[in-house]
Design a protein around this ligand. Structure first.
Ligand SMILES: [Fe+2]
Length: 180
């Protein structure tokens, strides 16, 4: 049987890879602004745009139909994590803009938000992989898993015709640039 959570766990591998690079980037005293902007763009389109959308619009609502609460407990915690992540990304973007305007002191805040995001998401992904997804595996029927998997594919094909390949290539480019 194919678990729908496999699709999401595969995304996590690449999100963790991006976090590895982000952590190396924060050791650089004069980073390329385009690299910082690229990190924000990849998070917004892939980690938050595609991946969190699959969780928030498909997995969590289906789990709610199978008896989980959206307001309390593990799903509520995951939703709060996603929100906290968005705030870190906002902090990165705003301070990158200041940096571009010549405010060099904003770099510290760019890095503060990058490291905060990385720590948050590492914990978040570990909670999903070890706890929430395993609950979903047990609570959903094999028909549920099949239809979720099809819907994940559909979202990926509609919004991102070349699927995850483009994101993975962009992350790998940063990995090479920073030897991460
Ligand atoms: Fe996730």
């Amino acid at each position: 049987m194919i678990y729908a959570t496999k699709n999401l766990e595969d995304d996590h591998v690449f999100i963790l890879r991006l976090i590895d690079v982000m952590e190396v980037m924060t050791t650089v005293s004069e980073p390329e602004i385009e690299h910082l902007e690229e990190v924000v763009a990849i998070i917004r389109s892939f980690a938050d745009g595609l991946h969190h959308a699959k969780e928030e619009s498909l997995l969590f609502p289906l789990m709610a139909e199978r008896g989980f609460s959206m307001q309390f407990g593990p799903i509520a915690v995951m939703l709060q994590d996603h929100e906290d992540g968005r705030n870190y990304v906002k902090g990165m973007a705003e301070n990158i803009a200041l940096l571009k305007n010549g405010e060099l002191s904003a770099l510290n805040l760019v890095y503060y938000n990058m490291l905060g995001y990385g720590e948050l998401l590492r914990n978040h992904i570990s909670k999903e992989n070890n706890v929430l997804f395993r609950m979903a595996d047990n609570a959903l029927s094999s028909a549920d898993h099949q239809s979720l998997t099809e819907q994940f594919d559909q979202i990926e094909n509609q919004s991102y015709p070349d699927k995850k390949g483009d994101f993975v290539a962009r992350i790998e480019k940063l990995v090479t640039a920073y030897n991460a």
